[in-house]
Write a protein that binds this ligand. Structure first.
Ligand code: ZN
Length: 164
């Protein structure tokens, strides 16, 4: 019996997402190669979160197997990213992946999310991220509880200068 239930998604009220410019640049770099192959791209965001406010300060590209409609990050590759984050004194605060056309979180996207805790952000970019760093058409969800997410409007993303 299939008991999978789609997580609930509601509008954000108090949740905030800030992204440093160098993180935006890192996302752009990460999704360029897969985009050129017309493959989905996947990149993880490192930063800090207090469970309702999250700031992403850098982006890190995992070793991933990508196709036109999927991506797969191995457990070994995920472990390397966790280690890298720890070395930098940062947490993995989110992920960005691209879709061929429309951006939305599929059942597989929710299922395949290897990390989820309150404050964790998942972003899907449309058209393999062709228009990025414009956020138009992106779907941005922040985890707020088990099987519970809020939607953050692209216009509410706060861009911050690099803090180094
Ligand atoms: Zn997806």
């Amino acid at each position: 019996m299939n008991t999978w239930k789609r997580p609930s998604v509601r509008s954000s009220d108090t949740q905030r997402l800030a992204i440093a410019r160098q993180c935006t640049a890192g996302i752009r770099t990460s999704i360029t190669d897969p985009r050129q192959q017309s493959h989905e791209g996947i990149v993880y965001l490192l930063g800090m979160s207090d469970s309702s406010s999250t700031i992403a300060v850098s982006a890190i590209t995992p070793h991933a197997t990508t196709t036109a409609g999927s991506f797969d990050v191995t457990v070994v590759s995920m472990a390397a990213i966790v280690r890298r984050a720890a070395d930098l004194g940062l947490a993995i605060v989110g992920q960005v992946h691209t879709h061929p056309m429309q951006a939305f979180h599929s059942g597989g996207d929710f299922d395949g999310m290897r990390i989820r805790y309150p404050g964790y952000v998942s972003i899907v970019l449309p058209k393999y991220g062709r228009e990025f760093p414009k956020w138009g058409g992106a779907e941005i969800l922040m985890c707020v509880g088990p099987h519970e997410y809020v939607r953050i409007k692209t216009s509410d993303i706060v861009e911050v200068s690099d803090c180094s």
